[in-house]
Ligand binder design. Structure first.
Ligand SMILES: Cc1cc2nc3c(=O)[nH]c(=O)nc-3n(C[C@H](O)[C@H](O)[C@H](O)COP(=O)(O)OP(=O)(O)OC[C@H]3O[C@@H](n4cnc5c(N)ncnc54)[C@H](O)[C@@H]3O)c2cc1C
Length: 462
């Protein structure tokens, strides 16, 4: 490590912003699913936009590379440095402003999603983005990955929740438009460039975000459904009959079995079904529970669902959610898996599940299929776990082929090989092969124009 370099950074951002203690850095070098282990000469933790600007300017002048990191919950390895300087945004953690009348909140990049949700709630407002990693994921990371989660059908992805951004550009300039405006048609909408760019075009330091009215009433139900076609139909029927669906998540039988076994959770339904759906309804009127009960009774009567239970209190609703949100954790003890975060048009989910299973089992007979996720926006987390008796090492050799075969099915159905986690380093190969050449060239042209030295997240995307 270059001592002179450390001194220069200390002069720029102070001693407490330059971290060299290996024990403090270690948690930042390991990805949540233990798939990437990185290294870095040291970690920089600026506490203001001005400090980020100083760092970026200095790195530009000295041809140094940076990898930005927020909560380190990204699932495609983009936040893990491999020799680059680690730029952690966790000290940019202030909520700068809340304006309930503008329905706008301005937060720094390192604010943890749950803290933002709580700040909005304290002002009788809601920030609707909701995902299992919300206790750690940060605003900067969520914007950079254009995160989705369970409320996308009603509220959209992160992109739809952003009014403006503040970004430090690779040339050291600041793009700043922390707007409260819902309408603004003045030239190119530049903020869109940085949303979902996975930290390759700038370092996000703050954002103005949309907040909205809090729901007064909410109902959470679990449904037992025998096939994916019926699940898709139920989504639409329930939406028509209640106009109140905010989340509709499914887990296949294997997913639920892993949840029950490895999370110590209880199946809220009396037996295991081919699919279990967790449905959340929200509304402003007190008759919501009655409406939901009527709609579910009709589904049972019509044979669209085999079973249903409604959470009787918050604790029960939380236990339903715990099963769904623990799906990633529930798979860890089961060993290696080929993971996919894909989307297809909602009507194609049944055929996707059928064809992907055939394709995966054609490569590894006996593989265990764990399918769960956000059926209401066509996004399935499709994981192919090793057969119980196959060692991890042996299964590892099949993962690339399984990825390719599943992605072939996705593309043949007009889908996307990365619905919400991004490309990072994990999906680079598949992305570069499958993305149409003119699109890829345009993206590379933009990257070269904005970051000609390839300073920011230099190994992500391409
Ligand atoms: C249990 C679990 C459940 C999850 N569920 C979902 C889900 O439902 N939906 C979903 O979309 N994702 C989900 N994720 C993935 C993850 O939480 C999201 O990708 C999240 O947006 C990452 O935020 P982060 O702050 O942890 O970012 P990090 O992991 O630190 O970084 C992610 C990417 O953003 C870049 N980045 C981070 N901060 C900045 C910044 N300030 N400026 C520029 N670039 C930056 C990094 O370089 C990296 O490329 C889940 C993850 C886990 C572990």
């Amino acid at each position: 490590m270059e001592i002179g370099l450390l001194e220069k950074f200390r002069n720029l951002i102070g001693d407490d912003g330059v971290i060299t203690d290996g024990d403090l850095i270690a948690p930042h070098l390991k990805e949540w699913r233990d798939r990437y282990f990185g290294n870095t000469p040291f970690m920089l933790a600026p506490n203001s936009t001005a400090q980020v600007q100083e760092i970026v300017k200095f790195c530009g002048q000295n041809h140094l590379k940076l990898v930005s990191q927020g909560g380190n919950t990204g699932l495609v390895g983009g936040q893990i440095p491999m020799g680059e300087i680690l730029l952690s945004l966790h000290r940019l953690n202030k909520i700068r402003e809340i304006n309930p009348l503008d329905d706008c909140i301005i937060a720094e990049a390192g604010v943890i999603l749950e803290n933002l949700q709580n700040a909005a709630a304290a002002n009788n407002r809601r920030f609707p983005l909701t995902l299992a990693s919300q206790g750690s994921a940060t605003i900067g990371g969520l914007i950079s990955t254009n995160a989705g989660g369970v409320h996308v059908r009603k509220f959209g992805m992160m992109r739809q929740l952003i009014l403006g951004l503040e970004v430090v550009l690779p040339n050291g300039e600041i793009y700043s438009e922390l707007s409260a405006l819902r309408k603004d048609n003045t030239g190119y909408d530049l903020k869109q460039l940085f949303i979902g760019a996975e930290g390759t075009l700038g370092v996000i330091t703050a954002a103005s975000l949309k907040i909205s009215a809090r729901p007064k009433y909410s109902v959470v139900a679990m449904l037992g459904i025998e096939n994916a076609q019926m699940a898709v139909e139920c989504l639409h029927i329930l939406e028509e009959q209640t106009a109140a669906i905010t989340a509709f998540e499914i887990m296949n039988k294997q997913a639920l079995q892993f949840g029950i076994k490895n999370l110590g959770a209880r199946n809220p339904l009396s037996e295991l079904h081919n699919f279990t759906a967790l449905v959340e309804f929200e509304g402003a009127f007190a008759d919501l529970p009655i409406k939901v009960e009527e709609a579910l009774s009709k589904l049972l009567e019509d044979g669209k669902i085999s079973d249903a239970t409604i959470a009787q209190n918050d604790a029960q609703a939380n236990s339903f959610w715990h099963l769904r949100e623990g799906m990633s954790a529930a798979q860890k003890p089961e060993g290696r898996a080929a993971k996919h975060d894909v989307s297809v048009p909602i009507s194609k989910i049944p055929v996707f599940l059928e064809r992907a299973e055939a394709a995966a089992k054609n490569i590894v007979n006996g593989a265990r299929i764990v399918a769960f996720g956000h059926i209401s926006d066509g996004n399935i987390h499709y994981d192919v776990a090793r057969p119980e008796t196959m060692p991890d090492d042996e299964f590892q050799s099949f993962i690339k082929d399984i990825n390719h075969a599943v992605n072939d099915v996705v593309v043949s159905l007009g889908g996307s090989i990365s619905a919400e986690h991004g490309i990072g380093v994990a999906r680079k190969d598949e992305f570069c092969v499958r993305e149409p050449k003119p699109h890829l060239e345009l993206m590379k042209t933009l990257k070269a124009a904005i970051d000609p030295q390839n300073m920011l997240n230099p190994r992500s995307l391409f």
